[in-house]
Design a protein around this ligand. Structure first.
Ligand code: NAD
Length: 487
């Protein structure tokens, strides 16, 4: 397969950039997927200035012409699904079928934003003489991580663009290729300069955050980076929007359908090898059912096939990077050393090439305690702790005893009971009898985190609001004029 090359996309043109970094397949050590030429401070400045220039005309265009162009973007992404999915699968390690799903979800984000724009952008006239208009913010910087780069970038670019902003993307150096190709598709369909993409590391992100013409930073990634961004953004009072990590609890009630619950949790927790911000990351099960549930969960998790992302049988690809791989291996080793029962499950698709990639088997800590490290941290990998609880109040207390608050789930055959528990959970989203964002959910649910899991919301009409200011025009008539008028 040919290597892909991406570079800084500035003012509609690809620039030379600085040194090219190799992006390798995490499932085949040494296999080059492509090269990413990094941006520098000069390209950041040129990109932001070109975006600001293009944004004025874009904001003045009728909403229908912007929505039409976003629909064109969605069609072009769909038409390129095979190329994008293949690059994504090889650079991130996402199994190919799931990578195709991510491309479709990225296209869906553009369609959703287009379908919601007219209503969100409509002027409001609450009283005679008062008009409340919606206005774009200006140049928006979108900084994204490596785990699902296409959909995470599209979830920012689509609402920002349809509401009349310009968009400058900063991909992760761990997955810059597919999203660089996506940026090119989006940029080519829209006015020159409106969309830019700046590969590179934290220094490029910092230069973007510092740029005085960037009016908002929409960031998805880890808490420590968000803190650094917030500090720097304070200098120019640039708005920030954060989608951060989670430690999603799944609370199983005593009347849950244990077999179906085990199947669904095994899918949610280990999808993309657990590298999903809102995956199930800890399970709470009634103590009296723990034995039966663990047996069912073990069977469901054992059905995963781990291996090369292009192997059609594979349900879990490699872990994306060495840091993440070592973190999860260390957590499992520490749990085992402290006496916990850690079960390594799943089938190795190709045992002969196992050591030639960052492959990790899906693992369960079947007797975790509520204070264990595996329960308290965001593992972001294929390791899931199961904690037994004695009363529902205790389960809710443990679920909420964290600074995270992204998603969560409640499992029960009694929907009313599940809803009562759901209402007590501190999270941006609580699922009942599932733990996945569906296509309808992506259109209608404001997605985001409470507490230290985030600030601001993506998807749905609320997600468009994040990229708009208000501009109120209030006509305050002079008494004399009113009299004249009434004559
Ligand atoms: P990260 O915070 O290390 O990096 C994210 C992005 O920020 C990268 O593009 C990186 O180059 C850039 N960056 C690094 N330092 C910067 C700085 N000082 N200024 C500006 N930009 C900088 O995160 P990661 O390791 O790539 O991703 C994993 C994290 O992302 C996990 O915590 C995960 O839960 C979270 N995540 C959250 C969501 C969500 O929607 N809530 C979705 C996916 C991932």
């Amino acid at each position: 397969m040919d290597a892909v090359e991406v570079g800084p996309l500035v003012g509609g043109q690809e620039e030379e950039g600085t040194g090219a970094s190799r992006v390798e397949n995490p499932g085949r050590f040494g296999e080059l997927v492509g090269l990413a030429r990094a941006a520098d401070a000069g390209s950041v400045d040129r990109a932001v200035r070109a975006a600001e220039e293009a944004q004025r005309e874009w904001a003045a265009a009728p909403t229908e012409s912007r929505t039409a162009l976003l629909t064109t973007v969605a069609d072009r992404i769909d038409a390129d699904v095979e190329r994008l999915a293949l690059v994504l699968a090889r650079e991130v390690g996402t199994p190919l079928a799931q990578a195709r799903g991510e491309v479709a979800a990225a296209a869906g984000a553009f369609r959703n934003a287009a379908s919601l724009a007219a209503e969100v952008l409509e002027d409001r006239r609450p009283l005679d003489g008062i008009r409340v208009r919606r206005r774009p913010i200006g140049v928006v910087a979108g900084i994204v991580p490596w785990n699902a780069p296409l959909v995470l970038a599209a979830q920012k670019a689509a609402p920002a663009l349809v509401t009349g902003n310009a968009f400058v993307l900063k991909p992760s150096p761990l997955a810059p290729l597919a999203v660089g190709l996506l940026a090119r598709i989006v940029a080519d369909a829209l006015p020159a300069g409106l969309v830019a993409s700046l590969p590179g590391g934290g220094d490029v992100g910092t230069a973007l955050v510092d740029h005085p013409l960037v009016r908002k930073v929409s960031f998805t990634g880890g808490g420590p980076t968000a803190r650094a961004i917030m500090e720097r953004a304070a200098a120019t009072l640039t708005r920030v929007h954060f989608e951060l990590g989670g430690n999603d609890p799944a609370i199983i009630l005593d009347d849950a359908d244990l077999a179906d619950t085990a199947e669904r949790i095994a899918l949610s927790a280990f999808r993309r090898s657990g590298q999903v911000c809102y995956a199930v990351k800890r399970v709470y099960v009634p103590r009296s059912l723990a034995g039966e549930f663990v047996e069912l969960l073990e069977r469901a998790v054992d059905a995963h096939v781990v291996g090369d992302s292009l192997d059609e049988r594979v349900t879990m690809g490699p872990v994306n990077n060495r840091g993440q791989f070592d973190l999860v291996a260390g957590l499992a080793a520490d749990a085992r050393a402290s006496g916990r029962d850690v079960r390594r499950l799943g089938e190795q698709a190709d045992p002969a090439s196992w050591d030639r990639g960052l492959f990790a088997r899906p693992s369960l800590v079947v007797d975790a305690g509520p204070e264990d490290e595996t329960v308290r941290v965001e593992q972001f990998g294929p390791l899931l702790p199961v904690v037994a609880y004695d009363g529902l109040d205790e389960a809710v207390r443990l679920a909420n005893a964290t600074e995270y608050g992204l998603a969560s789930s409640v499992w029960s055959t009694d929907e009313e009971r599940a809803l009562d528990v759901a209402e007590r959970i501190e999270a941006g989203v609580t699922f009942v009898n599932g733990h996945v964002l569906t296509a309808e959910g992506q259109l209608t649910i404001p997605f985001g985190g409470v507490k230290q899991s985030g600030m601001g919301w993506e998807n749905s009409a609320v997600g468009l609001d994040e990229y708009l200011d208000h501009h109120s025009i209030h006509v305050q008539r002079m008494p004399s004029k009113q009299k004249e008028g009434s004559r």
